[in-house]
Design a protein around this ligand. Sequence first.
Ligand SMILES: C[S@@+](CC[C@H](N)C(=O)[O-])C[C@H]1O[C@@H](n2cnc3c(N)ncnc32)[C@H](O)[C@@H]1O
Length: 160
Amino acid sequence: MPWSLDPIGTLRTPHTDPAGMPIQPPGAAGVAGTAELDTEYTAGLADLDGFSHVILVYLFDRASGFDLAVVPFLDTTPRGLFSTRAPRRPNPIGLSIVRLVRVDGAVLHLDGVDMLDGTPLLDVKPFVPAFDVPDGACRTGWLEDVGDGARKRRSDGRFG
Ligand SMILES: C[S@@+](CC[C@H](N)C(=O)[O-])C[C@H]1O[C@@H](n2cnc3c(N)ncnc32)[C@H](O)[C@@H]1O
């Protein structure tokens, strides 16, 4: 059965062109943005200011279609779509963990934004290391060959 989701607000960022923009929050350190929620949700932001980071769930609204094999931004080898963070997906949902600078009414002031300006916001959750960071060593598949510098690379403008 199909589902429909209504955005709860809009992400405002300095990124108007996918070419050259960060591809993940570590590459966007120092890049300020805001999450402007519809005011009907303001009461739901109570207590969020105690968290240093939030998980943003949003729609890649400028991506369309998908391929099951993609050449990721960080690689030259085709990879299975679901082993990548490519924006073109069957359900084009993005996820970013960013620093919460402050809460001002219905507006979240953020640092480390890696999405285009005007991106529709679907949800906000507090980032909790005890919940969100798995115990033990993590394997990172094909990304292990790309190296740590990959975290800070920038997009070449392809929508992946
Ligand atoms: C590789 S994705 C990663 C986003 C998120 N951190 C994730 O892992 O889901 C980031 C890239 O998606 C593209 N992008 C960002 N916002 C978008 C939007 N609203 N619609 C389509 N593509 C977008 C840009 O090329 C950006 O560099």
